[in-house]
Design a protein around this ligand. Sequence first.
Ligand code: ATP
Length: 361
Amino acid sequence: MAVESNREIGQAGNASNRVPAVQLEGVTKRFADVTAVAGIDLEIADGEFFSMLGPSGSGKTTTLRMIAGFEEPTSGRILLHGRDITGVPPFDRDVNTVFQDYALFPHMSVADNVGYGLVVRKVARSERSRRVEEALRMVRLEDYGARRPSQLSGGQRQRVALARALVNRPRVLLLDEPLGALDLKLREEMQIELKAIQQQVGITFIYVTHDQEEALTMSDRLAVFNAGRIEQVGSPADVYEHPATTFVAGFVGTSNLLTGDVAVAVIGEPGVYTVRPEKIRIADVGTEPESDEASAVGRIRDVVYVGPDTRYIVALEVGGELVVTQQNLETSSMEALATQGRSVRLIWKRRHVLSLATSEK
Ligand code: ATP
C-alpha cells in the first residue's frame, strides 16, 4: 500500500527530542460565565495517537476546536510544530478535522467528495486523481470511488470522511468522536483500522472520545479531562494501572474505592485506595491469604453474567463494596448466578492496591 513519501513517519516512542506537534500553554476558554477549559498545559509528540478522554462537558471538544482554530483561547498559547498559531485562521493551520457526522456531499461520488478540498485549492486534475486514489487506498475503499455516499455502510462513510481529510496531507488530524454514530461491533473494527491507518501514514492523530475502552485501545497516550482540567496524561497502561486521582480511577475502569473507616479496616491505614476488579479473587471464607496478600470478608450482593466474564458485587462486612470480575473459564452462567448471597473472602496481592490522590473537584 502506498505511503506518503514526503513526510517523515512519526514514532511516538523516540519523539522526545523533536519539536512537539502540538503544545498548549496555560490555555483557558470561557463562554460568558462558563469556563469550558481552565488553564491546561499539554504537549503532543509528532506522530502520536493521542486521545482526549473525559465525560460530557469536560472541555475536550472545546480544546480540539481551539487547536483547529474554530475557537480562540481566552488566554494562553497554542503552538503547532513550534509555531505560535494563536489567532491564525483554521485554513492556514496544517490540521484537518474529521467530525462525527461525516458531512459528506450526498450528490457527489465518493471520489469527488474525497477530492473536493483539492479542487478548492486548485490542485491539477492528474495530481488530484492520483491523490484521491491514494487516499481511498489508505482507507481500503479503492473500488468505491464511483459510488454515492448513500450506497455505503456507516463504517464505509466514516472511512470516506477520513480519506477526505488524509488527502490534504495534514500534519495533524483532529477527530471528534468519529465513531460515535456506529454500532458497537463496527466501532470496534474501526478502532483497530484507524490505529493501523495512523501507524501507516505517521500523521499525528488527536482523538476526542468519552469512551474509555476506545481511548485505551487506540492511544499511544491519553489525557483524562474533568471539568475543564486535565487530571492525568499517560500511556493507557499508566492511566489504568496507576490512576493519579480518584476521578481517573473511576472514569477509566471500575473505581472500587476503599476510603475512610473501610480503608483503615481493610488496608490498615487511612487514605483512598483502589483495587481493580480483575485483580481480586473469590475464595471460601476460611481461606488463609498468603503473606503478600490482603483480604476482606463479604457477601455476594449481585451477580452480572456478561458472556466471557462475570461481575460480582460484594458487600464487605466492614462496610463498602468491591466489584470483582472473573473470566468464565470453567464457570457456566448457572453456576455464576447461584453464588448470589454467598459469604466469601476476597483476596488480592498487596502490590495491586493503588493509593490515590483525591481530585480537586
Ligand atoms: P461532549 O463529550 O459532550 O462533547 P466535551 O467534553 O467535548 O463534551 P465541551 O463541548 O468542550 O465538552 O464543553 C465544555 C463546556 O463548555 C460545557 O459546559 C459546554 O456547555 C460549554 N460550551 C461549549 N461550547 C460552548 C459555547 N459555544 N457557548 C457556551 N458554552 C459552551
